[in-house]
Write a protein that binds this ligand. Structure first.
Ligand SMILES: O=C(O)CCC(=O)C(=O)O
Length: 283
């Protein structure tokens, strides 16, 4: 950052200009962000995007075997929304380093930063394993957690990594294309819902306002996905990352991961500790 810009922030860190400069502290490179713009038209119009083959077969297999062993600790849902035949495991940043390259994948991070046009953070990282005979979830909008009236700018973007083939039969994510643009009192049209079918190793990205749901699993095997929610950095994170990933663990993480989970100061003033960046606790 130039000296003039640094001075401007120092003189009036609450100014609109200073907030705009804060937006330059992103996790992706400009080259990657420029490249990601080719995806934005579809994402803006449909509210979702499927990218196939983002991770290779052997990587996908290795991650799946590792995650399946972690899932042994998980229990099935206690509510019909969570799914009585669905297992979830949360706080994945604290549990394993095998998913870091997915969480920080340059394609993902650059698309999200370009789409939201903002600094971002991790809100939730969880494994979702939809078991045999699980019924479909009701369609819902994840970002209703933030009760700001619509129409509004996008606040969050979800990434669903397919660790199994996602098929219509085994519970691939259901979604209603374009429904992210509906108003607060509108519902997606009947018959608009499609199944996000994709081979293992693919990625589904969708706006938090898109009506979606876990699909029904009518097979004898489970469907495993790594589900990640990213949000603008100035919103409260859905999963409490600072309790989930306390400084003793955060210290051991790559710098970009520390920043992704929130160990830094966003918009010049959000998240400081004793007037300094919480990243100082990690040095
Ligand atoms: O597992 C999926 O495909 C989506 C799950 C979901 O939307 C949820 O649990 O809120």
């Amino acid at each position: 950052m130039s000296k003039d810009k640094a001075k401007l922030i120092e003189r009036d860190p609450f100014s609109v200009e200073a907030m705009k400069l804060a937006k330059t502290k992103l996790l992706s490179s400009k080259i990657d962000r420029d490249d990601s713009k080719k995806f934005l038209k579809k994402l803006n119009a449909n509210g979702y995007l499927i990218l196939e083959g983002v991770i290779g077969n052997s990587d996908t297999k290795e991650i799946k075997i590792h995650c399946e062993s972690l899932m042994k600790k998980a229990s099935t849902g206690a509510t019909s929304f969570g799914g009585f035949q669905t297992k979830r495991l949360f706080n994945m940043v604290a549990r394993t380093r095998k998913l870091d390259h997915l969480l920080l994948h340059p394609t993902v991070i650059s698309i999200i930063e370009s789409y939201l046009e903002d600094q971002i953070q991790l809100s939730v990282a969880s494994l979702i394993q939809i078991g045999s005979s699980q019924k479909a979830q009701p369609l819902h909008r994840d970002d209703n957690l933030y009760p700001l009236e619509r129409p509004r700018k996008p606040l969050t973007l979800n990434a669903m990594w397919a660790l199994d083939d996602f098929t219509e039969k085994n519970g691939s994510t259901l979604l209603s294309p374009g429904s992210h643009l509906l108003g607060d009192d509108e519902k997606p049209e009947k018959g608009s819902v499609i199944s996000a079918v994709m081979p293992a190793g693919s990625l589904l990205l969708y706006d938090g306002s898109l009506f979606h749901a876990g699909g029904a699993n009518n097979t004898n095997t489970s469907r495993l996905g790594f589900s990640v929610v990213y949000s603008r950095s100035w919103l409260r994170q859905q999963e409490n990352q600072f309790l989930g990933v306390p400084p003793e663990i955060a210290k051991t993480l790559p710098k970009n991961m520390q920043k992704l989970i929130g160990y830094w100061v966003s918009n010049n003033f959000l998240g400081y500790l004793n007037d300094a960046s919480p990243a100082r606790l990690l040095d």
